[in-house]
Write a protein that binds this ligand. Structure first.
Ligand SMILES: Nc1nc2c(ncn2[C@@H]2O[C@H](COP(=O)(O)OP(=O)(O)OP(=O)(O)O)[C@@H](O)[C@H]2O)c(=O)[nH]1
Ligand SMILES: [Mg+2]
Length: 301
C-alpha cells in the first residue's frame, strides 16, 4: 500500500535545513552556503523509497524581516507550516533554544502539528554530554515524535531521521513520480546554482542583494549535446556590479565556471553559460521586481 506525507523543514537561518534535505534525498536540490538566509523560497524535495513517499518543503530560515523580500520569506515559512502533515524542526548541536525555536514550537502546539527535532552538526561536538542536556531541554518544551541527532555533512543519523519521518506517512497514492526529486523548474535550479556561487564567493551586502534570472536554457539541436544557458545577475548598486564582475572579469568568470560545473553534473550534458550583471536599485523592496524575479505572486497579496 502506497503511503505519503508532506513535511515542512523549519528552523533558524543557517542551521542546515537545506543540507539535511539534500542528504536525505541524496541529490542537491537546495543550495547551501555559510551565509544566513540562503534559501529564499519554498523548495520542494521528494524522497520515494519503496511504498513511502515523503514530500519535503524546505523553507527560508525564520528571522526578523527588514525588507519586502524578508517579509515574503517569513510568510512562506508560515504558509508552509500550516499546510503539512508534520514538521521537521532543525537546530544546531550545542545551542540553547532561542526565541525562534520557541515561537515555532508554539505554532506546532496551536496547529496540533506532530514534529520531529533534528539536532544537526553533531560532527562539530567535542563533548557528547552537551547533546544529552539539549535533548532533555527540548523534550520538556514539546512532545516531539522523535529527537534525532544528525550530521548532514557526514551522513550520521540521516537514515534514522528518514525512518522516523516515514512514520508520518499515511495510506493513499503518491503525489509524484518515483524518480521525481523536486518541483523546481530547470531554469530555477540553474539560477539557484549561480546564486549559490555568489553567496559563497562574495561578502557583506552583495550575497543578500543579488537575484539571478535564467532567461534562456536550450539544448542545441545539432546533436552536439550542448545546452546554452543565458543568465542575468541583478544587484543593488554600481559598486556591487563592479565587485561581482571583478578585476578584468575574474570574479564573474569564477562564479560562472563553478556554476557551469554544477549544471553539467546535474543536467548531465555540456553547458555553455553566458552571464550578465545588471543593477536594479533596492529591488528587495520593490514588489513588482520581486514578482518578475519569480517570487510567488500569491505571497504578496
Ligand atoms: N559542520 C557541519 N556543518 C554543516 C552541517 N550541515 C550544514 N552545515 C553548514 O551550515 C551552513 C548552513 O547550511 P544550510 O543548509 O545552507 O542551512 P539552512 O538552514 O538551509 O540556511 P538558510 O537557508 O539560510 O535558512 C553551511 O555552511 C553548511 O555547510 C553539518 O552537519 N555539519
Ligand atoms: Mg536553506
Amino acid at each position: 500500500m502506497q503511503k505519503s506525507a508532506f513535511i515542512a523543514i523549519v528552523g533558524r537561518p543557517n542551521v542546515g535545513k537545506s543540507s539535511i534535505l539534500n542528504a536525505m534525498i541524496g541529490q542537491k536540490v537546495a543550495i547551501v552556503s555559510n551565509k544566513p538566509q540562503t534559501t529564499r523560497t519554498r523548495i520542494m524535495g521528494v524522497l520515494t523509497e519503496g511504498d513511502d513517499q515523503l514530500v519535503f518543503i524546505d523553507t527560508p530560515g525564520m528571522h526578523k524581516p527588514k525588507t519586502s523580500l524578508g517579509k515574503y520569506m517569513v510568510r512562506s515559512v508560515n504558509e508552509s507550516v500550516s499546510g503539512v502533515d508534520a514538521c521537521l524542526l532543525v537546530t544546531e548541536a550545542d545551542r540553547e533554544p532561542t526565541q525562534t525555536e520557541l515561537m515555532l514550537i508554539e505554532k506546532f502546539k496551536s496547529l496540533d502539528l506532530p514534529a520531529i527535532l533534528a539536532i544537526n552538526k553533531i560532527d562539530t561536538l567535542k563533548n557528547k554530554e552537551v547533546l544529552m542536556a539539549q535533548i532533555l531541554k527540548y523534550s520538556k518544551l514539546y512532545d516531539f515524535a522523535a529527537i534525532v541527532p544528525v550530521s548532514a555533512h557526514d551522513g550520521d543519523g540521516i537514515n534514522e531521521l528518514k525512518e522516523a519521518l516515514k512514520e508520518f506517512a499515511m495510506e493513499g497514492g503518491h503525489f509524484f513520480e518515483e524518480d521525481a526529486l523536486t518541483d523546481q523548474s530547470e531554469r530555477n535550479l540553474a539560477a539557484e546554482m549561480i546564486r549559490e556561487k555568489i553567496l559563497r564567493l562574495t561578502d557583506r551586502e552583495i550575497p543578500h542583494g543579488t537575484a539571478v534570472v535564467v532567461e534562456k536554457m536550450r539544448t542545441r539541436d545539432d546533436g552536439s549535446d550542448i545546452m546554452d544557458v543565458d543568465a542575468t545577475i541583478y544587484c543593488e548598486k554600481d559598486s556591487h556590479k563592479g565587485i561581482i564582475i571583478g578585476k578584468g572579469g575574474s570574479m564573474l568568470k569564477k562564479i560562472s565556471s563553478q556554476a557551469r560545473q554544477d549544471m553539467e553534473n546535474f543536467f548531465d550534458c555540456r553547458v555553455n553559460l553566458q552571464t550578465w550583471v545588471k543593477v536594479k536599485e533596492d529591488w528587495r523592496n520593490r514588489e513588482g521586481l520581486l514578482k518578475s524575479f519569480g517570487f510567488d505572486k500569491s505571497d504578496f497579496d
